[in-house]
Design a protein around this ligand. Structure first.
Ligand SMILES: *[C@@H]1O[C@H](CO)[C@@H](O)[C@H](O)[C@H]1NC(C)=O
Ligand SMILES: *[C@@H]1O[C@H](CO)[C@@H](O)[C@H](O)[C@H]1NC(C)=O
Ligand SMILES: *[C@@H]1O[C@H](CO)[C@@H](O)[C@H](O)[C@H]1NC(C)=O
Ligand SMILES: *[C@@H]1O[C@H](CO)[C@@H](O)[C@H](O)[C@H]1NC(C)=O
Ligand SMILES: *[C@@H]1O[C@H](CO)[C@@H](O)[C@H](O)[C@H]1NC(C)=O
Ligand SMILES: *[C@@H]1O[C@H](CO)[C@@H](O)[C@H](O)[C@H]1NC(C)=O
Ligand SMILES: *[C@@H]1O[C@H](CO)[C@@H](O)[C@H](O)[C@H]1NC(C)=O
Ligand SMILES: *[C@@H]1O[C@H](CO)[C@@H](O)[C@H](O)[C@H]1NC(C)=O
Ligand SMILES: *[C@@H]1O[C@H](CO)[C@@H](O)[C@H](O)[C@H]1NC(C)=O
Length: 847
């Protein structure tokens, strides 16, 4: 049979499939006398999943794969692949069919290239493959009861890179089968990549307290979930994995097998875990509205921690959004993958080394480029004791790609360089790496960048000095151009004290004050309006201050106030920001005098924008930044009433002054998380707490610390928490009376629930700001979290609650085992002692 007749046969088959599917393939089954080829697919009974041949991206290979049916998920999303390592080139001449009791894929030469590989104990006539709505492809004896009989084989026992609800991660001790997720090599190559997610357990413990989920690069674990906590059904190290109470994880262990599995509380939602080719475990949810997958959660957050993330000669950068860059003189090996953010293919030289091609036209020796890098792994130490010797050792060995010379001596690298990390001025471990490049790469150093990196021609150090001089000259000239005592530092302007004194008319128009210093309005000569913050109690030296400030300067987000520059002269330290014409949120939210009280829609947008800004600070910056002082005063509003978080990064500048900050924040202590007072390490969750407290104020339109006008409600968060937890909650009754009930009830409910979740006593129980954003965006729902213990104390003593939080924490910091469940009875008695304990408490924080 030639190809042509085969084609027409297939065509006929397809036609017949079209006309009467029952004659050809039963919708969800490949029966013993049927086969699947070309564009044919089987679809699960509920039309959830579809199975057939597919081609990933622009690849020319075909695979048997399973994807969500197009009605459900319009983007082709592969969740399982059969022949990961053995693709076929032509889907029309390849056939998937039952053969001697196995499901087998035959290529064009009728050679089996993938099989379910069961010992042929069943005859071909009796087995059939059925695609289930769960995404499980099962092979079972035809006519057996699907509800009771064990499948002969199932795809859930052979996971690819996706973990679907109901599937298992673990191992079977009877069959010695391990159920692990294995990443694809790249988005166009489903072959097993470097990274796996599997179960790790120390011993068979029925409670699973020694069980973890763990990420490997085959041999090296680089992340784990923390141990399983059977009681609260979470992973102790990643409570957020449970994500808004979406997943119901369970751990099963017995003599035969141990595994984790999960179900969704709402089975209609579409969620999946994916072991991504970048080495991150990701959790994605399908967004019907925008027809795209939304990245819900991922680990490890610090992408640069993933082994070989950027491939050979790629360098990892956590500051910019693109996390991998090729080193100077290199370009992506697979630009396509690189565009798809699958970087592990690495980079290749733009110009071959002289060493590798002695006939090279210009015939010049290779040279070394000096770069600031965290030194890559797998270095070799060489016992030479001078810098030139070290360089010449490397130059004379063709396989040497780089060297470094520092106090610990000479190190060289042979072959490809992996795990390079760009280093910023704040990294102390950074060292200088000399990278071997072809001489032609040095011909035209591109403008400033090349100069700043510094070009050292190995054979002519004199040139470097010359270039150095040029840099100095250029910088000098720039300084002159910008004029009046300003210098450029990154994108920031270094202002002279005089300039700011002039701009602010000698600091005459005070905009406000805070824990870190007073703010003044000013106008620059180019008539742009600025806000100048005079920092008090900065204990750092000039260099450290500049470093810290330049880090703050790199943090830019639409919901963060932009730092324009700074001033550092003698002991004076100032920061210069964009001026926000609408002032801070508190004046809009709390003051009755204003004719236009903020409407609900605006409040919600401000809440959401603030959450986005904080999520950026917490999760997207290189060093996560804890704001430490979230309150309406620090949310500024632009002309459009868009929120911008102010004063971030300052807590670090005044690092040693926390007790002082606390003192000045005393008036707004209602925003402080309990752990502030207990003296334990502060995490980003402290900001989440403050944010939650502020959310209650968005709802009520008054400070939490104020009583309601009629005196009925004394502490709004407690009242709100108890109201939303009642069965027939009337959320509108919580709303600021000035809004006359004009609010989206769904948004209002969401806001109250998130607020309640944010102020959980235990920081581990609070959401991340990223999760808050997703809930407020309506991407995910939040079930009602338990009412925090500190809010549960109801009755007439509400005014004491803010203090109660503090005093209970003081207790726990002094006698950590003390149980605070007798809270309500202690409230009164501990309040009186709060004041006297304050000095002690501050001492505690200071140490
Ligand atoms: C396949 O076998 C089933 C019963 O085993 C039969 O009903 C059906 O007609 C057969 N289909 C084809 C195309 O032979
Ligand atoms: C079919 O697979 C076999 C085994 O892998 C291989 O030797 C053969 O070349 C393949 N045929 C085609 C046409 O690719
Ligand atoms: C299997 O269970 C489902 C639902 O429980 C039921 O509708 C179906 O009839 C059962 N099938 C068999 C073959 O018993
Ligand atoms: C498992 O949990 C039960 C009940 O919580 C407890 O009695 C038992 O000691 C635990 N077993 C182990 C090995 O921790
Ligand atoms: C895993 O990482 C280690 C170092 O972290 C490395 O030595 C090893 O080669 C890596 N394994 C693979 C398969 O890449
Ligand atoms: C969560 O899963 C476990 C085990 O499958 C089950 O017993 C429990 O009922 C589930 N919980 C909910 C709320 O669905
Ligand atoms: C373990 O497997 C054996 C045989 O495979 C089976 O009889 C037994 O019931 C299994 N035990 C458990 C706890 O599942
Ligand atoms: C696939 O090829 C098309 C056209 O050649 C191109 O536009 C597209 O960007 C390619 N996709 C990827 C992922 O490279
Ligand atoms: C060596 O250099 C010559 C001239 O530049 C070039 O034509 C040739 O392709 C190079 N060979 C290799 C292996 O790079």
């Amino acid at each position: 049979m030639d190809a042509k007749t085969k084609r027409s046969l297939v065509l006929l088959l397809c036609l017949c499939l079209h006309l009467n599917t029952h004659v050809c393939l039963a919708a969800d089954t490949i029966a013993a006398n049927q086969s699947l080829s070309g564009d044919q697919t089987i679809v699960s009974a509920g039309k959830v999943f579809e199975l057939g041949f597919f081609k990933p991206g622009n690849s020319s290979n075909y695979y048997i794969g399973m994807w969500y049916s197009k009605q459900l998920v319009s983007l082709e999303t592969i969740v399982w692949v059969a022949n990961r390592e053995t693709p076929v080139s032509d889907r029309f001449s390849s056939v998937l069919r039952i053969s001697y009791g196995n499901l087998v894929l035959f290529n064009v030469s009728n050679t089996p290239i993938w099989s379910t590989n069961l010992a042929s104990t069943t005859t071909s006539g009796s087995a059939q493959a059925v695609l289930l709505d769960s995404g499980n492809l099962v092979l079972r004896t035809a006519g057996s009861n699907a509800n009771t009989s064990e499948p002969l084989w199932q795809s859930f026992d052979h996971p690819a890179h996706t973990w679907l609800p109901g599937a298992r991660i673990g191992f079977n001790t009877v069959t010695s089968q391990t159920l692990i997720l294995t990443s694809w090599k790249s988005s166009e190559d489903p072959a097993p990549g470097l990274f796996t997610l599997g179960l790790f357990t120390l011993e068979l413990d029925p409670n699973g307290s020694n069980a973890y989920l763990i990420l490997w690069n085959r041999s090296t674990p680089y992340w784990n979930s923390g141990s399983w906590d059977a009681k609260s059904r979470i992973f102790s190290g990643s409570p957020e994995m449970r994500l808004n109470y979406i997943h119901n994880f369970s751990y099963v262990t017995n003599k035969n097998e141990s595994y984790f599995t999960y179900s969704l509380y709402d089975p209609k939602k579409i969620f999946r875990f994916v072991m991504h080719s970048s080495g991150q475990i990701q959790q994605l949810s399908w967004l019907e509205i925008s027809s795209q997958w939304n990245l819900f959660w991922n680990q490890p957050r610090k992408q640069c921690g993933v082994y070989n993330l950027c491939g050979a000669f790629g360098s990892c950068n956590e500051v910019s959004t693109v996390s991998c860059n090729c080193l100077t003189g290199f370009e992506p090996k697979l630009q396509r993958d690189w565009n798809l953010q699958a970087y592990s293919g690495g980079c290749k030289r733009k110009t071959p080394l002289h060493c590798d091609n002695a006939t090279s036209a210009d015939g010049k020796q290779d040279q070394f480029l000096k770069m600031a890098m965290l030194l890559p792994e797998n270095m070799q130490s060489v016992s030479v004791y001078t810098f030139p010797e070290c360089e010449s050792i490397c130059l004379n060995s063709c396989s040497c790609t780089a060297y470094a010379y520092d106090s610990s001596g000479c190190s060289i690298w042979i072959g490809d360089l992996f795990n390079l990390q760009q280093f910023t001025s704040s990294d102390s471990q950074g060292t200088t790496l000399y990278l071997r490049l072809a001489a032609s790469e040095f011909k035209s150093p591109k403008s400033n960048k090349g100069l700043i990196i510094g070009v050292v021609a190995g054979s002519a150090a004199g040139i470097a000095i010359l270039l150095g001089l040029i840099v100095v000259v250029i910088l000098r000239q720039r300084k002159r151009v910008t004029g009046t005592g300003k210098a450029v530092e990154g994108s920031l302007v270094a202002f002279g004290y005089r300039d700011l004194q002039d701009a602010t008319k000698n600091f005459s128009e005070k905009l406000g004050g805070g824990g870190f210093g007073s703010v003044f309005k000013g106008t620059l000569p180019d008539s742009s309006v600025i806000a100048v913050k005079k920092l008090e109690s900065v204990s750092q030296g000039e260099k450290q201050f500049r470093t810290e400030v330049s880090i703050i300067g790199t943090i830019q987000h639409v919901n963060l106030v932009r730092l324009r520059g700074f001033c550092s002269e003698a002991k004076k330290r100032m920061l210069v920001y964009d001026y926000m014409p609408n002032g801070s949120l508190d004046s809009h939210l709390f003051h009755d005098m204003r004719p236009n009280v903020l409407d609900w829609k605006t409040r919600y947008q401000i809440a959401l924008g603030t959450a986005r800004g904080l999520a950026y600070l917490h999760e997207k910056c290189r060093d996560c930044i804890i704001h430490c002082d979230i309150k309406p005063e620090n949310i500024l509003l632009d002309t459009e009433l868009g929120p911008k978080v102010a004063d971030f990064g300052l807590a670090k500048l005044v690092r040693r002054e926390f007790s002082r900050v606390l003192t000045t924040m005393r008036g707004t202590r209602g925003y402080l998380a309990p752990e502030w007072i207990s003296g334990v390490a502060i995490t980003v969750k402290a900001d989440v707490y403050s944010y939650g407290m502020m959310l209650f104020e968005f709802v009520s339109g008054r400070r939490n610390s104020e009583q309601s006008e009629d005196g009925k409600v004394r502490f709004f968060p407690s009242w709100a928490a108890s109201q939303i937890s009642t069965a027939e909650a009337d959320v509108l009754s919580l709303l600021d009376p000035r809004l006359d009930g004009n609010a989206d009830v769904q948004e209002l409910t969401r806001t109250c629930r998130v607020a309640c979740w944010c102020v959980q006593d235990d920081e581990a129980h609070r959401p991340s700001m990223g999760q808050v954003v997703q809930i407020l965006e309506g991407i995910s729902d939040v079930n009602l979290p338990p009412i925090p213990r500190s809010l549960q104390v109801l009755g007439d003593d509400q005014e004491h609650i803010i203090f109660f939080t503090e005093s209970s924490s003081i207790q726990s910091s002094h006698q950590r085992s003390n149980n605070t469940s007798t809270a309500s009875s202690q409230t009164k008695s501990t309040t009186s002692s709060t004041i006297s304990k304050r000095s002690e408490e501050e001492h505690h924080i200071n140490t």
